[in-house]
Design a protein around this ligand. Structure first.
Ligand SMILES: Cc1cc2nc3c(=O)[nH]c(=O)nc-3n(C[C@H](O)[C@H](O)[C@H](O)COP(=O)(O)OP(=O)(O)OC[C@H]3O[C@@H](n4cnc5c(N)ncnc54)[C@H](O)[C@@H]3O)c2cc1C
Length: 441
């Protein structure tokens, strides 16, 4: 196989979005995915208005019209229940979505294919090709399913390109082969989920339970119920790994107990599960300090980009995919160095303050007594919780707006002051990005 302008490793939302934006800018792109397209992924399947906007920008509109539409969040805690609509903003759509990942990810990859990307599925990036310290390509192995189950090696080879985007998810084995490491002082989450048959499958709110307990201990995490509109709900729990106490929690047990505490009227039972429990790690809050090197950029989970406030990472995978594509297409147009240090600066500029705020929030909720008091205060006031929803989902007007928008931006600005060497870099975007237009679904 020949040379490309860029190689993307991993066809999750991040990798497929990056490939789509690169090809839309006229570049020759190969997208490698180690599994067959249409693979499942352990996730809550929830898409905030932020993720919805990123999908619309890529023209995933036909699919977003068939996904289950969500008007807001129902939150339960401190003995109360509240329904909060997503905020009305000029820069984000007024709805979220829930879509099973095997459908969502394939739809995004389809957009990449339509844009001209060569997609190679069942093809794993197994090692880097380097010239000196510069990454110049990827060694790959293609596997095939065989009759009776299992896979065998079918082919192997090398692809060359001046830039590679590493989008291989939370475990990021290819990223690790390039020396990318998670900062162990950063928070890590764990999540588990299963699908259940229920009449509540067409609820138009996603639901979040703030109080997860092991015995009497209030745990830093939450339980979720995300309706898919297809007869099932994605139900799961997410837990922050902050102390020995949370490290010792058995996730399967926690999921089992969460199902048991749900009201009978929900009709969600162990017997109604349509598949097994599945769990995975969540690298939170920008935990990869240097997500780039000579010839490559990491995006999405491979860059540790999951929102520390709520564990959502699809939107940040889509956004960092677009950002990385913009950086690479600009560098190729300029013929500039393959060392795109501006990427790291741009991540800090866009997300640094917000993620720092999120990490402070996690420190607070990891103290059970403080978390309990925060829940009690918050759940007494719809205004406080509506503001919390804006902050947790990272949704605010870019300029002006209501008091909540200004207060949120103010908090982020204060958090930015704690970052070292904060600057405002020039951030190139791929061609055709309607970045500040109002978008609606
Ligand atoms: C339990 C749980 C619940 C979650 N719930 C939500 C939620 O409701 N909403 C939300 O926004 N986020 C949620 N997240 C986070 C979200 O799943 C991730 O942030 C998101 O999938 C990141 O996308 P990505 O493209 O970076 O990586 P991934 O989606 O992980 O995609 C990486 C891809 O790379 C492929 N790959 C890996 N290695 C190689 C290789 N060497 N060669 C080729 N291909 C390779 C993998 O097969 C995979 O397809 C949840 C996470 C967990 C664990």
């Amino acid at each position: 196989m020949g040379e490309y302008d860029a190689i993307v490793v991993g066809a999750g939302p991040g990798g497929s979005a990056a490939a789509y934006w690169l090809a839309s800018a006229g570049l020759k792109v190969a997208l490698l995915e180690r599994k067959a397209l249409g693979r499942d992924k352990v996730c809550g399947d929830g898409l905030t208005p932020r993720a919805t906007k990123a999908l619309i920008e890529m023209g995933v509109r036909p699919a977003t019209e068939s996904y289950h539409r969500i008007r807001g969040l129902r939150v339960l805690g401190a003995g109360r229940e509240m329904e909060l609509d997503w905020p009305t903003l000029s820069n984000f759509p007024g709805n979220g979505l829930v879509a099973a990942r095997r459908v969502l990810d394939a739809d995004i990859t389809d957009r990449a294919v339509e844009a001209g990307v060569d997609v190679l599925d069942m093809t794993e990036a197994v090692g880097p090709v380097r010239e000196g310290s510069t990454l110049t390509g990827v060694m790959w192995v293609r596997k095939e399913h065989v009759e009776g189950g299992g896979v065998v090696k079918a082919d192997e080879g090398v692809l060359l390109a001046p830039f590679t985007i590493v989008a291989d998810g939370a475990s990021s084995s290819f990223g690790r082969s390039l020396g990318i490491r998670m900062d162990p002082t950063y928070p890590l989450g764990l999540g588990i989920r299963a699908y259940y048959r229920t009449d509540r499958h067409d609820d138009d709110f996603i639901e979040s339970w703030l109080e997860l307990r092991k015995d009497d201990l209030l745990l830093p995490g939450y339980g979720w119920l995300f309706p898919l509109g297809d007869g099932t709900m994605n139900v799961g729990v997410g837990l922050l790994q902050t102390s020995k106490k949370t490290l010792n929690v058995n996730l399967n047990r926690l999921q089992h107990d969460f199902i048991d505490v749900l009201p009978r009227s929900y009709g969600i039972t162990h017997e109604g599960a349509t598949g097994p429990y599945k769990s995975a790690r969540l690298p939170l809050g920008g935990s990869i300090r240097k997500p780039c090197g000579d010839g490559f950029l990491c995006i999405g989970d491979a860059a540790g980009m999951i929102n520390p406030f709520n564990g959502e990472g699809i939107d940040y995978a889509l956004e960092t995919g677009k950002l990385a594509a913009g950086m690479i297409s600009a560098a190729l147009a300029r013929g500039s160095s393959t060392e795109l240090v501006d990427y790291q600066v741009a991540l800090r500029d866009i997300y640094g303050g917000y993620y720092r705020l999120g990490r402070l929030f996690l420190r607070m909720i990891s103290k059970p007594e403080l978390f309990r008091v925060m829940c009690q205060i918050g759940m007494r006031s719809e205004t406080v919780m509506a503001f919390a929803l804006q902050v947790l989902a990272n949704l605010a007007e870019e300029n002006g707006g209501k008091l909540a928008d200004r207060a949120f931006r103010g908090l982020v600005k204060v958090a930015e002051r704690g970052l070292d060497e904060y600057t405002e870099p020039d951030i190139p975007m791929p061609a055709g990005v309607p970045s500040r237009d109002r978008v609606e679904v």
